[in-house]
Every structure is written in C-alpha cells, then in structure tokens.
Design a protein around this ligand. Structure first.
Ligand SMILES: Cc1cc2nc3c(=O)[nH]c(=O)nc-3n(C[C@H](O)[C@H](O)[C@H](O)COP(=O)(O)OP(=O)(O)OC[C@H]3O[C@@H](n4cnc5c(N)ncnc54)[C@H](O)[C@@H]3O)c2cc1C
Length: 489
C-alpha cells in the first residue's frame, strides 16, 4: 500500500470513519478510500470496542440506526444477528453495536475494489504539491508510524474522543503506580484487590462504565466517586414527547434560556409529564440553540450549566441506572462533591486529599487504585497525539474559540490558522464540538457522515470534470488496487 494515492483517506475507523466510508462507497463504489485505524477491528472505537457484555448502549435500539432515513435499521439487524425478540426500547450491548457497524462496512466494501482497511497509527499529515492531476491545489501526504506513506486528495480526521485531561494536583502524575490516567486501558482495572477500594475521579458516564465493569469483574470492595459537583448521570425514564418550545425568538442568554426551561419543566410537571420529555424536546434544536448564542453566553453556559446539562442530557440505560443505585444503596459506593488538593502514594495505598464542596472541609481517602474518569480532553493544544501536533504545527487547523475541538466550517472543513477553510481537509465527530456543541452520539453523527460523504463526492466529481477538460495529459496512473484486507470480527 505504500505510496498509493487515494481519493479519500479517513483517519479513524470508529463509528464516524466507518460510516463515512459506507456512505462514500454506496455513492460511488469505485472511489479509492483508505480507512486507517490504530486498532485491528473496524467500527468499534472506544465506545463499541468494549469487551464487557454489561456495557450497554445509552440510547434505545430504535435511536441507534446508522442511517438517518431508516430509523429501525439497527433493530432489524439486531433481530437477525443478535436477539430475535429485541424491542425498540431495549438498550443492547455496545459490543453488538460494534459488530453492526463493522457488518455495514463489510457489505459496502464487498463491491468496492478500491477500498482498503489499514491498521496503523497516522503520525503526521503534510500537504504537498499535486502530481496528479495538475489542477488540484495540493495532495496530502499521510505518514503512518510504521513508515507507510499514503497520498490523499481528501483527508478526513475521524479520530473521536481523546483520553481524559491530565489532572493537575500536587503529587499526581502518569508515573504514579496506583494511578490510571486512561480509564479504557485494560491495565486500569487489573490487580485491584477484590475487597479493596477504588477512587474514580469524575462521576459521569465514564465513571458509571468503570464501576459497572469492576462489579462485573467480581470486585466486591468499595467504589468512591469524586467530582466537582457530585452529579451522577440520570437514568432514562418514561418517554412522552413534549412539544418543542424553543424557536428563533427565544432568549439568547443563558439566564433567559434557563428561565424558559424552568417554566416548561413546571408546565410539564403540572401535565404529569416527566422532566426528561422537556430536555428531550431540546435535543433536535440543541445545535441551533448553541449557534444562536453569542460567544460570551456560550462561555457562561460552559462555566455554570455544563455539568447539569451533561448529567441530565447524557443518560444511562435504565438497567445500568438500577445497578448503580444498588451499589450506593448497598453501601458499596459513595459519591463526593469536591476538589482534589493533593495526591500521595504510601507503601500500601494512594492517599487523596480533597476539599468538600458543601462543608469546605479537607477530607482524606485511602484507596488501592485511582482512575481518571474525567471527560475527554478537548483542548487540542494540550494533546500529545503526534498527528494532532503535526496538524497544529503546520497551521493546517486551529482550535475553536472555546477550545472544545477544532475550528471547522459548516461542512466540517478544517479552518487553518489564517481563517481559510481547507478544500481537502475535514473533521467529523467530536472535533466539531465548538461549532455544534452536540456532536457526541449516533443520532447527530450519522447525519454528519451522510452529509460529508455527499459533500466530498460532489467536490471530487467537480474537480475531475475540470481536470478532464483542462488537463487530459500529464496524469500518472494510480497504483492498481490491492486485495482487500479486512478484519471484521
Ligand atoms: C464509553 C462510551 C460509550 C458511548 N455510548 C454511546 C451510546 O450508547 N450511544 C451513542 O449514540 N453514543 C455513544 N457514545 C458516543 C460515541 O462517542 C459515539 O457514538 C461514537 O462512537 C463516536 O465515534 P467516532 O468515530 O467519532 O470516535 P471513535 O468511535 O472513538 O473512533 C475514533 C477512532 O479513531 C482512531 N484513531 C485516533 N487517532 C488515530 C490515529 N492517529 N491514527 C489511526 N487511528 C486513529 C481510534 O483508534 C478510534 O478507533 C459513547 C461514547 C463512549 C466513549
């Protein structure tokens, strides 16, 4: 594959990268597409690569179709390939969903001779003057860590979420033996005494995932969860659609929006509707609301409301909610609100001091393992990944103004350090958070994959039409496609 040229190289073969490839190949099976991922299996990414059967989707199966125009596609697939009696409201295992995405890619790839799944880590990308055809401004040289080079006319970053931000606490570093900085690493849960104790830093969905995994691995000790506000995600509940109440004339301040939502919550309670219906009514317009807010109001939201929004909007499957409640009820887990002030490793434990939010008193926990379950780092300036360093160093992209991701235009094109959108470099998924805020779950990401595929195929065909008329000569043949190597299971 070394030095092959592709119409499109996609970096990241999780949900976004895989579904982008599926849409591209469905539109034009002859496109040459390389999908590159560090891991051996397509479609999994962090979310669906879990080995724990107890890790369930946090969206019911009727909300998890990979195709925006076929809402029951996943449910139908699951009934054939997993559980014949699966119901629309069921929360199915995440590993099953990974198989679903891989199977869609496998089907699309079958009739696409120029599709390649490549396992490897992309370490840098460098635009270079094009050799084929001469009209295109530049091609992108894609370097893999193993020395392989690919050439791309169009490049898409589908790299998903990054590990949690480093926690800046005196005494704490990646070198501390009892500290796991990456909650998804298998080592994070290894060698913890069965009746020992664990501190999870953060109390969102990642902490819930880790607590559930510990429990299913037979851990019978105590789980401490500590976050600034001590808020746990809410479980899903009864679903009754509440009418959409936000419109373009609604307030453009956080205070005004909060007032609006509170009034709706009161009206919903009076009408015997669950509060979740009100939050869910905001979901289809969340991106519009975000974009209607001035920069300072977006900042205000991040400062004051973000944790409350996250806990109420990103919910856990009801079974998971029950399992977590049982841990607290049975005295096997404790939740704290506070700020860590110091970390120390003693000979037989880690000692964490924190200042409790409510009482302002200093408290100390001694545990066998501390796991960083804070949300993913979103500030690209702080990321260690060589690929990201390479993109920023060459000023091919810049962080968005709120450091939630990368600056992109409405199509997802990367905006460079001069403020120019790139014609050939794109980002999809969580990297678009600054522009969209809500770009986390399948219901938003499937739209992005479909729209970006349409945009790229249009762009590539307009470029090739121009080149056919202007530069019939001086083209260098592409390498013949090589056999398709895909590891689907
Ligand atoms: C634990 C967890 C559970 C979730 N559960 C749900 C759910 O139930 N329902 C829902 O709708 N959403 C859920 N989500 C949201 C989830 O983020 C999206 O559904 C989706 O998986 C994001 O897809 P992605 O392609 O952007 O990222 P990912 O799926 O994480 O894929 C990114 C891929 O990029 C690869 N990569 C990164 N850098 C490089 C590089 N330099 N070179 C090569 N490869 C690279 C990684 O190996 C990875 O495979 C969950 C998220 C998490 C973290």
């Amino acid at each position: 594959l070394n030095n092959s040229t592709y119409d499109i190289v996609i970096i990241g073969g999780g949900f976004c990268g895989s579904m982008l490839a599926v849409h591209l190949l469905r539109r034009n099976p002859n496109l040459s597409v390389a999908l590159v991922d560090k891991s051996p299996l397509p479609g999994r990414g962090v979310a669906y690569g879990t080995k724990h059967a107890c890790h369930l989707l946090n969206v019911p199966s009727n909300g998890m179709s990979a195709f925006p125009d076929q809402p029951d596609h996943f449910l139908r697939w699951a009934r054939v390939n997993y559980e014949p009696f699966a119901q629309p409201s069921d929360f199915l295992p995440r590993a099953v969903y990974g198989r679903y995405i891989a199977s869609l890619l496998e089907t699309a790839a079958k009739n696409s001779p120029n599709f390649h799944w490549i396992q490897g880590e992309v370490s840098s990308v460098t635009p270079e003057p094009s050799r084929i055809p001469p009209r295109i401004a530049s091609q992108v040289n894609v370097q893999l860590a193993d020395g392989t080079t690919l050439l791309a006319q169009t490049l898409v970053l589908a790299v998903g979420n990054f590990p949690p931000a480093n926690i800046k606490v005196p005494g704490l570093s990646d070198r501390c033996a009892r500290y796991a900085s990456y909650p998804w690493s298998p080592a994070a849960l290894k060698d913890i005494p069965q009746n020992g104790s664990v501190l999870l830093i953060g109390s969102g969905l990642t902490s819930v995932d880790v607590a559930i995994a510990l429990h299913s691995d037979g851990f019978a000790g105590h789980i401490h969860m500590l976050s600034r506000r001590g808020l746990l995600p809410q479980p899903h509940g009864p679903k009754h659609a509440w009418p959409q109440f936000w419109n373009e004339r609604s307030p453009r301040t956080i205070r005004g929006l909060l007032r609006l939502v509170r009034a709706e919550l009161r009206a919903a309670a009076d009408a015997n509707y669950d509060w979740r219906s009100v939050v869910d009514a905001l979901r289809p317009v969340t991106q519009q609301i975000w974009q209607s807010l001035p920069h300072d109001e977006q900042k205000r939201f991040l400062r004051h409301l973000r944790p409350y929004w996250e806990a109420n909007r990103h919910r856990m499957a009801s079974h998971i909610g029950e399992a977590i409640s049982a841990l607290f009820r049975d005295g096997k887990a404790t939740l704290y609100a506070g700020r860590i002030t110091q970390y120390r490793e003693l000979s037989d434990c880690a000692e964490i001091s924190f200042r409790e939010r409510r009482t302002h008193t200093e408290r100390v926990l001694r545990v066998d393992r501390v796991i960083n379950c804070a949300g993913p780092e979103t500030d690209y300036r702080r990321m260690d990944a060589p690929l990201i360093k390479s993109v920023l160093a060459q000023r091919l992209a810049r962080p968005d103004a709120l450091f939630l991701g990368l600056d992109v235009d409405a199509n997802g094109a990367l905006i460079d350090s001069n403020g120019e959108p790139s014609p050939s470099l794109y980002a999809i998924g969580p990297a678009r958070k600054g522009l969209l805020w809500e770009t986390t779950a399948v219901p938003e990401l499937r739209e992005q994959a479909s729209q970006l595929a349409a945009h790229i195929t249009r762009w590539l065909s307009s470029v090739s039409e121009e080149d056919n008329t202007e530069a019939a000569t001086n083209t260098q043949p592409r390498r013949p496609s090589e056999s398709l190597h895909m590891a689907m299971e």
